[in-house]
Design a protein around this ligand. Sequence first.
Ligand code: GLU
Length: 332
Amino acid sequence: MTGTGFKPRTALALVLFMCIVALAPAHPQAQSGEKNFISIGTGSVTGVYYPAGGSICHLLNRGRRTHGIRCSVESSSGSAENIKNIRANEIDFGVVQSDTQYQAVNGLSVFADDGPYDDLRAVMSLYFESFTLVARTDSNINSINDLPGKSVNLGNPGSGQRGTMDSVMKAMGWTEDTFAEVHELKASEQSRALCDGVIDAMVYTVGHPNASIKEATALCDSILAEVTGAEISKLVSDNHYYSFVTIPGGMYRGTDYDINTFGVGATLVTSANMSEEVVYEMVKSVFDNIETFRELHPAFSDVDTTKMASEGLSAPIHPGAIRYYREKGIIK
Ligand code: GLU
């Protein structure tokens, strides 16, 4: 072909070149070869960690065209498993209870064999979680003090509630023999087990309201029970990461009155190896859109950015988060 200057090979080369340009990442982070696909370890799909991770990813992914980061969530056994998976490089971020975060940093409890996790980094605090005791009405359990001799789900290994329950049992001077039966069911299984009569009571360290406890209180006659008394007061005053809380009456069928218990913070953690840019963008996408975040789940409705940058964070704060908090004057 002559005259027009059109050559099929040239055209093909041009198309190929344009495809490469179009596919090439336009953001500096991708060009520098840093990790763009990140995962957040959460909890059971019936809990609040799963929607919490999903909400963070949703807000972060909205800015994907600018920063190039893509976020996804994974369900898991819960707090302790999330921290172990971050340490093993299997996930990048994890939602974890503030007591579990403290224990991991200091190599305590379920982390005793692994030793202190020096590279654990705090990103932000999210919302409050209450240690929640739910009992079938016919089991005559109205308070934590009524649990001896009953069939109780202590929580699955790797979950945060199992860790909190272990602390409660220690504080009360209980062992597994204190109960008629102990179970290690996952959070997603326990509501059904409660209503099927497999267990008399279940515990869940969780934000409110949540789908799991709605399920337990809708499927059969069950109530939330008080977690109070001298031993619980001592447990809370001896450990800075615990505080007293009231679960407002009327949230769940069968419990129209306030329930006194204690709780922890739900926090987001990562490893010291995580890129500063990724953590910065993640914090920015949540904090810059805090009104939207509050609307994504009723348990997030009263989150406060000042508290989110400080409360319940035992691990050193990741430099990417510090950069955002300083920029906004949230921390000095
Ligand atoms: N606090 C629970 C845990 O650490 C999870 C609660 C939830 O999934 O919302 O395992």
